[in-house]
Design a binder for this molecule. Structure first.
Ligand code: 5AD
Ligand code: SF4
Length: 467
């Protein structure tokens, strides 16, 4: 028997890339590849790249520089190391990548991962292989499902792509160009995937898509189903303890999603809802298709059905033309909403997007100053949110042993890590935890008295709120 070939895959950027990397591993498992954590010993290294900001995009080239050295060393030992660039930089730059980094053998866009085995073959034969088409066929139909062992090894929390691409065309964003138009997977296919995951120990599911709440997949009744209805269906699958979804656009929050938050105990009360700016003038220039008031109204609709709901968001500072007043309006919105967490970024012009041609740029000094002020405010909100947990009893889904011996770590409904001293038997279960203290971003506590402990059971769907 020939020994298995070794595959090292490194993902940058969003959760979609993490999921795609797993699909690539599953595809290549069929070709006799096994994963290794060491790039140096791999027969194939895949960089699964992100193009969202310049910094993310440039990382791939510094990594390729390091890989060139590793490949030379492998060659000295008589080993052939192939190098592939996948993901959104591959899609955006195509063969440009090979010009800039001749060490690359394969360039493969996000819609073509199911062709990886053929592309590797082509690279062995012809030297290089590039594929960055947007094929008409749904790649998901061609991607092999993970084996039970692989699902178990990945733990109790899994991502499932339900939607890909974006039709919103925010003026700063490359996603509509790198991931293409919105496509939703049919409900039945998603249900099959989820059953396979739950049968192999998965308890928490995050539905992912670039604009996940634009989901409009075909249901078993032949009609187009919104995300809320898909969530209702998935909550019925035995074994599902928690459902999440990411990332949503404020414009696409419909009644079905609000109703799902009202009706499903397993749908977690934590929503990532990027707003980008608190200034209507900037939102218009960004082509966000909503105003600050629209956003506040959407938040209100969620809060009306689920009082314990919390939000996170993304912000861009220094978008072209952003004045001191515009930025103050962002701070004011953050104060009004009160976030549990948020990400903020300096605007980075992306080639090919409309905003890249806008003239009124903001100085680096102003951007730095605004970012620091915004992050300070967000940090203080996040700390306050975490501190508020001290003294309360909250449900935690336990995931794995912690670094500290004897401790098990899980997450609260709001994704806060929570540590307790307990037996590893609790992994995979939802248990109430009395929170005692906070250490940086982690909560520390102890399991609540046995009488109130419960095993996570297949979702009992109804909860009553606001009665
Ligand atoms: N510059 C800075 N941040 C960006 N984002 C997207 N495009 C850019 C850009 N050109 C941010 C947005 C988005 C998040 C994923 O990345 O805030 O929500
Ligand atoms: Fe990019 Fe999100 Fe806007 Fe789509 S909605 S263009 S993914 S920022």
């Amino acid at each position: 028997m020939t020994p298995p070939r070794k595959l090292h895959i490194k993902s940058y950027g969003c959760q979609m890339n993490v999921y795609d990397a797993q699909r690539m591993v599953d595809t290549l498992a069929g070709e006799g590849f096994v994963e290794t954590a060491q790039a140096e010993e791999a027969d194939l290294v895949i960089l699964n790249t992100c193009h969202i900001r310049e910094k993310a995009s440039e990382k791939v080239y510094s990594e390729l520089g390091r890989l060139r050295v590793a490949r030379e060393e492998a060659a000295r030992q008589g080993r052939d190391m192939k190098i592939a660039v996948a993901g959104c930089v591959a899609q955006a730059e195509g063969e440009e990548i090979i010009h800039r980094a001749p060490v690359v053998d394969v360039v493969v866009g996000p819609q073509s991962y199911h062709h990886l085995p053929q592309l590797l073959e082509r690279a062995s034969r012809d030297g290089k292989a590039i594929e960055t088409e947007f094929p008409a066929a749904d790649k998901f139909g061609f991607l092999p499902q993970p084996k039970p062992g692989a699902i178990r090894a990945r733990g109790i929390s899994a991502f499932v792509t339900v939607q890909e691409g974006c039709d919103k065309f925010c003026t700063f964003c490359v996603v509509p160009y790198t991931r293409g138009a919105e496509v939703s997977r049919p409900v039945d296919k998603i249900v099959d995937d989820v059953k396979r995951l739950t049968e192999n120990g998965v308890r928490e599911l995050t539905l992912i898509g670039q604009n996940v709440n634009a989901y409009h997949g075909e249901g078993p009744d032949g009609k187009s189903w919104p995300l809320g209805k898909l969530l209702q269906r998935l909550a019925e699958i035995p074994g599902i303890a928690r459902l999440r979804y990411s990332t949503s656009h404020p414009r696409d929050v419909d009644d079905s999603l609000i109703e799902a938050h009202r009706d499903l105990a397993s749908l977690m009360p934590f929503v990532h809802l990027p707003v980008q700016s608190g200034s209507d003038r900037m939102l218009a220039a960004m082509n966000r298709k909503h105003t600050v008031k629209d956003y506040r109204d959407v938040i209100e609709r969620f809060r009306n059905v689920r009082q314990d709901i919390a939000f996170s968001s993304d912000f861009i500072v220094g978008f072209p033309g952003e004045s001191a007043e515009d930025f103050s309006a962002t701070l004011a919105l953050v104060m009004q909403i009160g976030y549990a967490a948020a990400y903020s970024f300096k605007y980075s012009p992306r080639p090919g997007t409309p905003a890249a041609d806008m003239r009124e740029t903001v100085s680096t000094a102003d951007m730095d100053e605004r970012l620091a002020r915004l992050q300070e405010l967000i940090d203080s909100q996040q700390s306050a949110f975490n501190r508020a947990a001290i003294g309360t009893t909250v449900d935690v889904l336990f995931e794995r042993p912690a670094r500290n011996p004897g401790q098990i770590v899980g997450r609260t409904a709001w994704l806060q890590p929570a540590h307790v001293m307990a037996s590893p038997d609790i992994i995979g279960q939802v248990m109430p935890v009395k929170i005692e203290s906070l250490e940086r971003y982690s909560l520390l506590g102890e399991l609540a008295p046995a009488a109130t402990r419960h095993r996570a059971t297949p979702a009992s769907n109804q909860i009553s709120i606001g009665a």
